[in-house]
Design a protein around this ligand. Structure first.
Ligand SMILES: *Cc1c(COP(=O)(O)O)cnc(C)c1O
Length: 375
């Protein structure tokens, strides 16, 4: 039904579907009356945030400073990030989560008559931003299921679709919801084919979880390619998803453009503080990554033993293929108090995406799944 209020809305917005987040625990408990539900649907860190960051946030809440606006320049956090990445502070853009960075990129580089390029089965926020800016989208087919990296990005196919009206290319490494990744050399080879005025946005939300032999060195690529922007987040390995903090590294010229459309206080004071302190607690990150690596290996093995398809992953989740509509499995898991993520909206109706939890949470998932499959 078209109402008057729709008439002058951006046409891309009218055809947009809102992002469906993972179901909150309370919602499941309310709907199905399940007690002690386990949430493995939003790729959060099951160990939570660094205890040192938690204490800093608690102390800040008890102080008086929350009546003040945050530091809109994010001076202290940028200083920490600059040290960590050996980069100038004016190459850093802070975001209210890295989704905010994706939005800033869209506002600077996309609009009617421009094109955004990304892979099939890529993170949903790329298409949401492109569509909301009335930009066209080039969705590059993913690698086939028979490939060594099934459903992964095919950068040769990206290169074949380059055209003068493409302004922004999104690459997720690893990608969500597939978990697939690109070999370090593949990204550089692709950048060598991209014209200097086409922006390549490399989403490294799960960077910390990657095997260091596979994660590449995007920081070094930034020095070589001024059209590259790399973004990371504190939502995943750092466990700060509820606070919202992410950042981009780029040339100072690109950071300047992103900064022009950024809301002056896009990062709240607690997020800035928690991120700043969390960087210092690399032991917590290492512990989180270690748990993840161990549990990815264990779960993958168990799932394969059940005859299921398991996509290769370098992230904190596994995409599991059931060879049939995954909806009934999803429903069965919900009824057993386990929330996972259906990915039919990613054109993967036969898959479910399961975030890696603690050993106990993963056992809950496995037990529930075995129960469903034996029925
Ligand atoms: C989780 C995720 C992000 C980060 O989201 P935040 O806004 O930082 O919480 C970015 N990209 C991908 C691919 C993700 O899965």
């Amino acid at each position: 039904m078209t109402q008057a209020i729709h008439k002058k809305a951006i046409s891309g917005v009218l055809s947009l579907e809102a992002y469906t987040p993972g179901m909150p625990i309370e919602e499941l408990q309310r709907k199905l009356g399940v007690a002690e539900a386990v949430k493995l649907s939003s790729n959060e860190n099951p160990l939570g945030m660094s205890p040192i960051a938690r204490k800093a946030v608690a102390d800040a809440i008890m102080g008086t400073d929350l009546a003040r606006y945050p530091d809109g320049s994010g001076f202290r956090l940028k200083k920490k990030l600059a040290e960590m990445h050996k980069i100038a502070a004016d190459c850093i853009t802070l975001g209210n989560g890295s989704n905010d960075i994706i939005e800033l990129l869209g506002r600077v580089y996309l609009g009617p008559g421009r094109k955004a390029m990304f892979s099939a089965h890529a993170f949903a926020v790329y298409s949401i931003i492109a569509q909301s800016q009335d930009a066209e989208m080039i969705v590059v087919p993913a690698r086939p299921m028979t490939d060594a990296m099934p459903l992964g990005h095919d950068l040769n196919a990206f290169a074949a679709k380059l055209a003068p009206d493409v302004s922004l290319i999104f690459i997720a490494n690893p990608n969500n919801p597939t978990g697939t990744w690109l070999e370090p050399g593949e990204i550089e080879a692709f950048l060598n084919k991209v014209p200097a005025d086409v922006i390549v946005a490399l989403d490294e939300a799960y960077y910390e979880y990657m095997d260091p032999k596979l994660s590449g060195n995007s920081r070094a690529l930034l020095d070589k390619f001024p059209n590259l922007v790399v973004f990371r987040t504190f939502s995943k390995a750092y466990g700060l998803a509820g606070l919202r903090a992410g950042y981009a590294l780029s040339s100072p010229e690109m950071a300047d453009l992103l900064n022009r459309v950024r809301q002056p206080f896009n990062n709240n004071s607690l997020a800035l503080l928690a991120a700043e302190v969390a960087i210092e607690d690399q032991a917590h990150v290492a512990k989180s990554v270690e748990l993840n690596t161990r549990e990815v290996a264990r779960l993958s093995k168990e799932l394969k033993a059940l005859g299921l398809t398991v996509l290769p992953t370098q992230a904190n989740f596994i995409a599991i293929g059931f060879g049939r509509d995954a909806k009934p499995v999803h429903q069965g898991l919900l009824e057993r108090g386990v929330i996972v993520r259906p990915v039919a909206s990613y054109e993967m109706p036969e898959f479910l995406r399961v975030s890696i939890g603690t050993e106990r949470e993963n056992d809950r998932f496995l037990d529930a799944l075995k129960d469903i499959l034996k029925a």
